[in-house]
Design a protein. Structure first.
Length: 246
């Protein structure tokens, strides 16, 4: 029970990586609030996790929803120990094909929401004597890929923000770290389904011979949220089956 007595907010918690992190946190004793735009999906996810998980519909692209989410968590838990900024969007395109609206949406959800929600929970973490903020970046935080210009730029910003915040808040015992997954089989990735030949080509780029599962990320999130990581801040952890090592 590495997270016994701790409380957490997890954005994008209705499916994929966020849902897996929520399940892992609850199993380790945490009280968790998951958020997302799809109320039905959230309630279904929470029902499988028992009383340790509370769903709340919120769009992290909307600053008003962010304030409501932070207030709801503080009101229910009386403290906020952990924040997982997991919600994200991936809109494909290169510098010529991405529209102004797509670029803005990408940065509103992937970057601005991370900043705004972190800002909203910092006073609560400070009052609790410390905390852990875990930002979900991407291997594209530091690598390039075709038709991912907005997404890669946003995830690079998440990594840079992680490091800056880690320096700013280390003296308050608030740790800020980044997990950078590779290809994880989630609904977002499934939306870009490719043929069998292309799938085999992508698999061949992974020395471990498989794509990731959401649970492959959840274990690391538990560690970073726990007291076992009390001297770790400003770090970026790549979880990609060896993709970036080739």
């Amino acid at each position: 029970m590495q997270l016994a007595g701790k409380t957490a907010i997890i954005t994008g918690g209705g499916s994929g990586i966020g849902k897996a992190i929520a399940a892992a946190f609850v199993s380790e004793g945490a009280q968790v609030m998951i958020c997302g735009r799809d109320r039905g999906k959230l309630e279904l996810a929470a029902s499988g996790l028992g009383t340790g998980c509370t769903p709340i519909a919120a769009d992290v692209g909307d600053p008003k929803d962010i304030e409501h989410l932070a207030s709801a968590a503080a009101g229910q838990f009386q403290r906020i120990d952990i924040l997982v900024n997991n919600a994200g969007v991936l809109l494909p395109g290169n510098a010529e094909s991405v529209t102004d609206q797509q670029w803005q949406q990408t940065f509103d959800v992937n970057v601005r929401a991370v900043w705004l929600l972190s800002r909203a929970v910092l006073p609560h973490m400070r009052a609790a004597g410390g905390g852990s903020i875990i930002n979900i970046g991407s291997v594209l935080s530091s690598l390039g890929a075709r038709n991912r210009v907005a997404y890669a730029a946003s995830k690079g910003a998440v990594l840079a923000m992680t490091r800056a915040m880690a320096v700013d808040h280390a003296g308050e015992k608030i740790r800020v770290n980044c997990i950078c997954p590779g290809i994880v089989e989630t609904e977002m990735v499934a939306a870009f389904a490719v043929g069998e030949a292309a799938r085999k080509q992508r698999l061949a780029l992974h020395p471990m011979g498989r794509f990731g599962q959401p649970e492959d990320v959840a274990g690391l999130a538990v560690f970073l949220a726990s007291d076992a990581a009390s001297w770790i801040t400003g770090a970026a952890y790549t979880v990609d089956g060896g993709y970036s090592a080739v």
